[in-house]
Write a protein that binds this ligand. Structure first.
Ligand code: PMP
Ligand code: GLU
Length: 403
């Protein structure tokens, strides 16, 4: 039946982040003692007040179609949220989608196609790459490394722009590296963008999960010219532990939003109605204490995980300033034998961890960095400790030649 698949379908690889999570959940369901460092999904429950709003909305019969681009009440709540950050948007400049992932999918579909290039800082979150290709365009990787703290410079950006460049993808705080761009760094990128006829897609989904002590800078907040060129992507999954609700959104130029809405009207139609109602309440009256508590807990886990990783022979990492991932460099292990198997890269190591010690991690290859793997710390402290103990035990006893 493979012969019936389109060229488009043949070229897509499944999301490795979701795949690893599925393997870990499947093994757990079979009674195996697996530690899942795979999923980028807060382990906290959605705050009770938001759940109550959804229940109330269901009771009130909010169970029918809404306009394809979302209810006005939620668009206004999104505008309210950004107004508090000093950014003025109208409801016509907002679309509600089925998660931020869907908002990104829609935007790539409407802004680019064959012949276009989209600049993608690498390491990159897995889905950008495939979504750009699904739109027929070409992802152009702006490779950053350890020495630059995984952040692109204005020079790298400037020299990567060609007449075919449609947009830059900016994701700060970043998945998978945890890098956070400062206001000055964002401003320097904005200057380059404004010198060219291009857009910037600013994925701000981890904005609240930021340990720098400074507020997150949306590139759109740097002035009206750059705001005109920005499409902001955001959602409720991370901030309010609402991954399964599937509510995300985009803000930007009304022509772009209109095209995204038209596309959505023929694909998913509106995001789930009662989830939209509850999401509006979450944005208008955010449960700040619950969010602060969650971020404080993430910070504790980050500090613990970084210190443990750096103490394990063969592994190293930078201190991530945001999101809930530690991106681990395993270069020192490449070419050695571990438990009798030759390990060349993060894929080999991830496979070995799963088989030998029942620890699930995401290999860096899916993020464009094969000598790395990603650990999520969106899981309970005891589990983190147990998982790191297993990794440490394996890498202190079974590596040859030993360190
Ligand atoms: N952007 C980034 C950088 C992410 O890590 C994720 C992960 N879920 C998303 C977007 C999509 O989030 P969602 O679709 O759950 O809103
Ligand atoms: N974004 C999260 C991650 O990177 C969730 C999984 C996904 O949507 O890719 O793990």
């Amino acid at each position: 039946m493979k012969r019936f698949l389109s060229a488009r379908a043949g070229g897509i690889s499944p999301s490795p982040t979701l795949a690893i999570d599925a393997v870990a959940k499947e093994l757990k369901a079979r009674g195996e003692n697996v530690i899942g460092f795979g999923a980028g999904e807060p382990d906290f429950d959605t705050p009770a007040a938001i759940k109550e709003m959804a229940i109330q909305a269901l009771r009130e019969g909010r169970t029918k179609y809404t306009p394809a681009s979302g209810i006005r009440q939620l668009k206004e709540a999104v505008c309210h949220k950004y107004r508090e950050q000093g950014l003025e948007y109208q409801p016509e400049e907002v679309i509600i989608c089925c998660g931020a992932k869907h908002a990104l999918y829609n935007v790539f579909q409407v802004i680019c196609g064959p012949g276009d290039e989209v600049l993608l800082p690498s390491p990159y979150w897995v889905s950008y790459y495939e979504q750009i290709r699904l739109a027929g365009a070409e992802p152009v990787l702006l490779t950053t490394g350890w020495d630059e703290g995984f952040k692109i410079s204005p020079e790298l950006l400037a020299k990567s722009i060609t007449p075919r460049t449609k947009a830059l993808v900016l994701n700060s705080p970043n998945n998978p590296t945890g890098a956070v761009y400062s206001r000055e760094e964002v401003a320097a990128l904005a200057d380059v963008i404004l010198n060219h006829d291009m857009l910037v897609i600013s994925d701000e989904i981890y904005e609240e999960i930021n340990y720098t002590g400074l507020p997150n800078t949306s590139i759109a907040a740097l002035g009206p010219e750059i705001k005109d060129r920005t499409v902001i992507i955001n959602g409720l999954s991370k901030t309010f532990a609402m991954t399964g609700w599937r509510i995300g959104y985009a803000l930007g130029d009304r022509e772009i939003i209109k095209a995204m809405s038209a596309l959505q009207s023929h694909s998913t139609s509106n995001p789930t109605t009662f989830c939209q109602v509850a999401a509006a309440t979450a944005l208008l009256d955010p449960p700040r204490e619950a969010v602060q508590m969650m971020v404080a807990e993430f910070k504790k886990r980050r500090d613990y995980m970084v210190q443990r990783v750096k103490a394990i022979p063969g592994l190293d990492c930078l201190n991530p300033e945001g999101a809930f991932y530690v991106f681990v460099n395993m270069t020192a292990l490449a070419g050695r034998q571990i438990a009798g198997r030759t390990i060349q890269n993060g894929d080999d190591l991830a496979q070995l961890f799963l088989e030998k010690i029942r620890v699930a991690v995401v290999p860096g290859s899916g993020f464009g960095a094969p000598s790395y793997f990603r650990l999520s710390y969106a899981l309970g402290f005891e589990q983190i400790r147990e998982g790191l103990d297993r990794i440490e035990e394996l890498l202190t006893t079974a590596v040859s030649p030993a360190f």
